[in-house]
Design a protein around this ligand. Structure first.
Ligand SMILES: Cc1cc2nc3c(=O)[nH]c(=O)nc-3n(C[C@H](O)[C@H](O)[C@H](O)COP(=O)(O)O)c2cc1C
Length: 210
């Protein structure tokens, strides 16, 4: 299955059958998110991995009781930084420089430009920017799941604030952006499975400027 075939195979699974995804596949899906490109390489988000049935049941209650949250074997929560701080930005560049064997002075001007930009913005704006980076990782994870023939349902149909409280994300200075149940489709019970995948025709999608 090539990449486009995998994207056609996947769909936003509405009913999962409870079968467990192997840890190796879950690891590859998370790795795709970790390898996502992000603005300035800051990776301003984390992935929270949840398998506990009791916790999944509690999450379903703040996610419109969507059954996939319970019937998935692994639930990924994508959570973005609540704000950009000098410490967070410097930590990223210190690690990058150490791994590359480059002195911090080499990136100091660039780091300063990021600090000038982000530290003058509100926490709300900064979290919004960080969330957009989380969505890139989310997309990568969805695509990697499809390549592995693992079903996944991209979700923002949940109460972010309630989920943040439930998971205690404040202590990590994170806020949830999206959730991704991973599992396998229940072919007999899923109303969406046989419906055609519908997208804009390419001629309405691409605007060619001559
Ligand atoms: C950011 C985002 C949030 C979504 N939230 C939900 C959700 O809460 N529940 C759900 O069943 N599907 C959700 N979907 C699935 C979309 O409805 C679905 O991707 C879209 O209709 C296209 O269909 P397909 O994914 O089956 O190709 C979401 C998709 C995205 C990308």
């Amino acid at each position: 299955m090539n990449f486009i075939e995998a994207l056609n195979w996947r769909y936003a699974t509405k009913k999962m059958n409870g079968e467990a995804v192997s840890q190796d596949k879950v690891d590859q899906i998370i790795e795709a998110a970790r390898l996502a490109p992000t603005s300035s390489g800051l990776q301003p988000f984390n992935v929270i991995l949840i398998t506990d049935p009791e916790l999944k049941a509690q999450i379903a209650q703040v996610a419109n009781n969507q059954s996939q949250v319970i019937d998935c074997s692994h639930l990924l929560v994508f959570a973005a930084w609540d704000n950009y701080t000098e410490e967070r930005i410097r930590t990223v560049f210190s690690r990058m420089n150490a791994e590359r064997g480059v002195p911090d002075s080499a990136t100091e001007n660039y780091v300063q430009s990021l600090l000038d930009l982000y530290l003058n913005r509100s926490a709300h704006e900064n979290h919004h920017h960080a969330s957009k980076q989380a969505y890139i990782g989310f997309g990568m994870a969805i695509a990697q799941a499809a390549i592995l023939k693992v079903d996944a349902t991209p979700m923002e149909g949940f109460d972010n604030e309630k989920l943040d409280v439930l998971l205690g994300l404040e202590k990590y200075n994170l806020k949830s952006t999206t959730i991704l149940p991973l599992g396998y489709r229940d072919a007999a019970g899923d109303w969406l499975i046989n419906l055609k995948k519908v997208r804009k025709p390419v001629e309405n999608f691409v605007i060619t400027l001559d």
